[in-house]
Each structure stands twice: as structure tokens, then as C-alpha cells.
Ligand binder design. Sequence first.
Ligand code: SF4
Length: 429
Amino acid sequence: MAKNPADISKNFCVMPWTNLATETNGKCKICCIVMTNKYVKKDDGTDYEIQTDAIEDIWNSNYIKNVRKKMLAGEWVSDCFYCKGQEDQNQKSPRHSYNEMWFDESVISKAHESRASGGYVTALPTSLEPRPGILCNLKCNMCWSMSSSKIFSERKAAVENDFAQIPSFLKDDWKHEVEWAAKSDFAWSEKDVYLENFRKCMPTLKRLYFTGGEPTLIKSNLTLLEQMIEAKKTDLLVSFTTNLQVLPQEWLDILPNFSRVEVTGSIDGLAEVNDYIRFPSQWKNVSENLRKLYDMYPKIFLSVIYVVQVSNIFSYVDFIRWVAVNFPERQMQVMPTMLQGPEFLRPEILTDELRLKATLYIDEALEDSSIMLKNREYLKDIKSQINNINPNAGDLRNKFREYIQYLDSTRKTQYLKTFPEMKSLIDGK
Ligand code: SF4
């Protein structure tokens, strides 16, 4: 009898047996870690959509059955590129985390069932990760039109009215991105088929994870939570990621009804650093809303995700110290994660001089015993990442400079006022 995931197969992951994720356009993926365009496909090559196709058909599509069969045979599937990459570098992957949290008897029996029936699983997903549309109040500098309505409007206007001003290396990408977003269906969060699919899964749901856009702005998310309470379906983990700009009272009122609630705040720096990167974020709102959620412990478990990019390297330690001073009663995890793209914003574009400064800055923090052990471990990861030399760093720095100059001129911001330590990067010296 299997006792752990590796007893079922090498590289086994619980997600294809338990979870269904969507992108903002309603297209489906086996989990939210899977790259954007790896959608669950029909046999004719078109994509399933949560707002038009029955969940039973998506869940036992040949696409997902093949993923299960390959996993049971111990193979990596291409959808799981990210986890494989992490594990190849001996890092803990999301697969490890999900297996730790969700591997149980029910997964074992689903794996046995699908092994005997060509990948088929009778029970519907017990975990859903909906991204119902792109409605958002921010235009973060690393985001794109398929994730934020604000970015979509900004880039659409630039492509239609101000094309000549867009940095030359971004013109084609933005044109394509805007066209793609313009023909996508983002307005599906209140469509009958989606709501019906959700209701079918509701009785056996163990986990619900909303992302966006900004999940607290999307009306149907709240409606679904209300329906679960009406149906007395509260014994599950409800979680979502928020930029903390807004925190409607209805959300604060409804969340404590569920047996476990986890909220992850997306914060990419202290004060004006966050406000620049996650433009036009207001630090006052972020810090107040963080406090409100923190004070709701143990009804709400709060953590922060900090996406490390070149500009906020020198703010990370300030931020974790700010957290330690302002939220001292219990540990609030601040998890750094390395920005995947765009490549020209990644930490590897630092010049040698700035890389050395950043390394010294981290070394100094590593000596500070008041910094939590876990955070010191994270700092070591950041240090190793910034010392990965990218052979195209020179070209990427030129792109970075062009992009920042473009943002400053169109958004009326002043990069160097917020990031004076990056002067040599902007000056190209
Ligand atoms: S291995 Fe990773 S990418 Fe693949 S389903 Fe599991 S968590 Fe998702």
C-alpha cells in the first residue's frame, strides 16, 4: 500500500487528481504553476473553457487523462516544466509542497482508479483555482494585458495612439498582446456554465484559491462564498492573493465563516518602492489592510509574497525588518520569489559593481542575528540568484533602461527618486 507519493510513481504530483486551475480567459490548466499557454485541449486541438464546457468533460479529457497516465508511469509532463526546473536545481518545488499538504488516502485511491481505467477519475476536483477575469486596480511594472485590466487599457492606448513612443523592442510584443487580450473573453465570472461547474464541485471541495486580476474586486467571488455559507459548505481552505489596495468589509465579514482562510499579500518593497513597482499603489492602503488581516489571526493566516526583481533587491532587508518591527507578536512569513519575466527586469541584469554591492548588502544582513533564520535562508537564495551571470545582461540592461524611461515619461514617475542606488544602471555606466 502506498504511503507516500513516490510509492505511486517517481515525480507523482497530487494536482492532476485533485485540482483544476483556470487562466483569466477561462481556459484551463492542471494547476496555477503551469505556464500560461499550456491549456487543457480538446481532441480537435481547441481549448476547453470553464465558462463553456462541462467540468466532467474537462476533468476527464484525454489531455488530463494523458497527464495522469504519464505521471503514473513516472514521466515528467511538459506542463510541469517549472517544477522540474526547480527540482533539477535541487530546490523545493510546488509539487513537493502540494504533495505535503494534500497527499492522502483519497488521492491514493484516485491514483489506483486511474491506473486501472486509462487515466479516468470519477470524483470531481476537490481543489479549484479560478482566475475570473483581469479586473484590477494596478499596473505593476512586470505585469501584462492578460492579467490586469489597467495594463490592458494602458497598452491598448499606447498601441492605438502613441505607437512611435513604445520602446522599439516591445512594439511587436505589445501589439500582439493587446490583440490577444482584445479578443479574449474575460467577462465570464457570472456565466451560467462556470457557476454551474463550481456548484457541482462545491460539496466535495477541500480547497478554493482565487487569483486575478484582483480577486476582491470580482463580484462573483463573493457571491460564491455566500452560496457556500448558505449551503453550509464551510469546511474547506479558502485562499486568495491580493495587492491590498482595497479590502472590502464584506470580505472581512465573510471569511471567518470558513474553517481555514489563508491570504497572501503581494508586496514588492517598502513604501515608495512598492508604490513604484505596483503602480499606482498607495502604501497607506497596503499597510492598513495588512494590519487588518494580521489582526484577524487565527481566523485568517496571513503571509506576504515578495517578487524579487532588479529594482527591489536593496529593499528586501528593509522590508523584512519593517515586518519584524510592526508585526512582532507572531511570525508572518515573507516569501521571496524570483521574477520569471520579463527578463529585462530580472536581478541578473545588475552590473558587476551593483552585484557586488547587493552581495555585500545581503552578507551584512546574514550577520544580523535579529533576522529570522527562515529569512536568512531566503536571503541566501537571493544572493545565489543575483550571482547567476546572464550572458545577455548588457543587452537586457539597454532594454531595462528604455522601458523605465518609457514608464517614467508616460506615468509621470521618477525612477531614480525611488531607486537612487540604481543610478549607474540608468546612466548606462
Ligand atoms: S508537478 Fe508542479 S506544475 Fe505539475 S501539476 Fe504538480 S505542482 Fe503543478
